[in-house]
Design a protein around this ligand. Structure first.
Ligand code: FAD
Length: 442
């Protein structure tokens, strides 16, 4: 008998509550040997397996009625190689744990998204990204992956020995096997200075190229029904002693109060009295936090997101962003979309990862949100029409309805990926109904 925690028919739901399933078994192995035994047993009993990270995806990627595995006991840094500046980390480690452990060793991740609660394996698997036109998504920071395949055996995939398999495994939605460990290339620890300020929609679009080129990290939020944009930039801060007079060291309280408390109050108002959506968006634009902050990089990337929402995000070719936004602005007004959450725009450098939404093209990611409990289908489908018109590729972890035929056209290496999937897992142990349908796998 293995020391595997399991329970019968457990209810599971994701962060946003968009996915609910009753699972036969949730397994939380303590060792790699236990993990292998679970995989072999499931395969022998014709059961399917999905692995869950922190459950922060909005799509039913981890939904299964059979076996759900969590690597919550396989976490932490295993090894730091100070010669190659790479770190080997267990798949169940959250980005928060990883960045804190790296900081203790004098290292940091090259870039991060806007929260740090995801597991490293989950973040890799869906192509999680931050922002920065010169920076790739999180999977581009990975140099090697230790994968447990459907036979229960470990396969090490490394950029030095098997580049093609790594390009398939870097963003693989858990379809090739279980990411037990990942090797990440890291940077010496660094500090950033962050600025937040208001700009008009038109000025932001006019300055887009300069803002992208001149800032390490640049993103902006446009508030529907207004001409206001919040710009956020971050750049390296080398001199810890001479901080600008207005720069704060830690504005966590402000982030909790303004970005969460006030947003929650306004979102509740919008949910209860739907006709207030324009006023709420306008008030949010007026309340944009303006100021600067200096801190260690990992403490600036992540912000608390206590207000729950549903989200759709597409990566469009970066040069199309101005047209995409003009169309979004026009259609929101024309169709009177009831939305008060700002539209988030970020930038990611192109890569060579087969299922990465930034494969082969510099990308602008445009995200639309709806407060949890408010209707989102109509709004998301209006937005999706625009994204798809500009050959947008959906973020795998966020809501979308992109059909298989379009995915085939958008991802030139999709068939190569599916061939490898079939070779590694011909019985489809790691598939669920959602993925079979999405990728037309029988
Ligand atoms: C509040 C919030 C903020 C977010 N911010 C960002 C952001 O800034 N940028 C961005 O790009 N995305 C963002 N996301 C989306 C999120 O980063 C992704 O959906 C990510 O995959 C979630 O990681 P997770 O650990 O929760 O994985 P899950 O959602 O649990 O799983 C995601 C996928 O990874 C697979 N997986 C998990 N662990 C393993 C493993 N060990 N081996 C193999 N496969 C595995 C699962 O099977 C599934 O296919 C955000 C989501 C939320 C809710």
């Amino acid at each position: 008998m293995f020391s595997v925690t399991k329970s019968e028919t457990v209810h599971w739901q994701n962060w946003s509550g968009s996915v609910h399933v009753n699972v036969n078994q949730i397994c939380t192995p303590f060792t790699v040997e236990e993990l292998a035994a679970i995989v072999k047993k499931a395969k022998n009993h014709n059961k399917t397996i999905r692995v869950v990270g922190a459950g922060h995806s909005f799509t039913p990627l981890v939904a299964t009625g059979d076996v759900l595995i969590s690597l919550k006991y396989l976490r932490g840094i295993e090894e730091v190689d100070k010669e190659t500046h790479t770190v080997s980390v267990w798949g169940g480690t959250t980005l928060k744990e990883l960045s804190e452990a790296l900081a203790e060793q004098g290292y940091a991740m090259e870039n991060m998204g806007d929260i740090n609660l995801q597991t490293i394996a989950g973040a890799i698997s869906t192509g999680t990204h931050g922002t920065g036109a010169h920076l790739g998504n999180i999977p581009t920071q990975i140099t090697g992956i230790t994968l447990m395949t459907a036979t229960g055996e470990l396969e090490t995939v490394h950029s030095l020995s098997n580049q093609a398999l790594l390009q398939a495994a870097q963003v693989s939605l858990g379809m090739l096997g279980i990411i037990v460990k990942a090797e990440i290339k890291v940077l010496p620890q660094y500090s950033l200075i962050a600025h937040s300020y208001r700009l008009s929609f038109d000025d932001c679009l006019k300055q887009l190229d300069a803002l992208k080129a001149l800032n390490r990290n640049f993103e902006f939020y446009w508030f529907p029904y207004t001409e206001t944009v919040q710009v956020k930039t971050m750049n390296r801060w080398e001199d810890h002693t001479a901080m600008p007079a207005n720069a704060k060291q830690n504005s966590m309280l402000k982030k909790l109060v303004i970005e969460n408390g006030l947003l929650w109050v306004m979102s509740e108002a919008s949910k209860r009295i739907p006709k207030t959506y324009k006023a709420v968006s306008t008030m949010s634009a007026m309340g944009v936090p303006v100021g600067s902050e200096v801190n260690t990089s990992h403490l600036l990337y992540a912000t608390p997101r206590l207000v729950k929402f549903q989200e759709m995000e597409y990566a469009v070719p970066e040069e199309t962003l101005p047209q995409v936004l003009q169309e979004i602005k026009y259609i929101i007004k024309r169709k009177k979309c009831k939305v008060h959450f700002p539209i988030e725009c970020r930038f990611v450098k192109q890569d060579h990862i087969w299922l990465s939404p930034s494969y082969g093209r510099n990308s602008a990611y445009v995200a639309v949100h709806m407060y949890k409990g408010m209707p989102f289908n109509e709004y998301f489908s209006i937005m999706e029409e625009i994204f798809r018109k500009y050959e947008g590729r959906p973020h795998w972890g966020k809501m979308h309805t992109c059909p298989n035929q379009e995915l085939q056209e958008l991802y030139p290496k999709l068939q190569h990926f599916l061939d490898i999937r079939k070779r590694l897992d011909s019985a489809g142990v790691f598939m669920n109904d959602y993925l079979r349908d999405l990728f037309q796998v029988s």
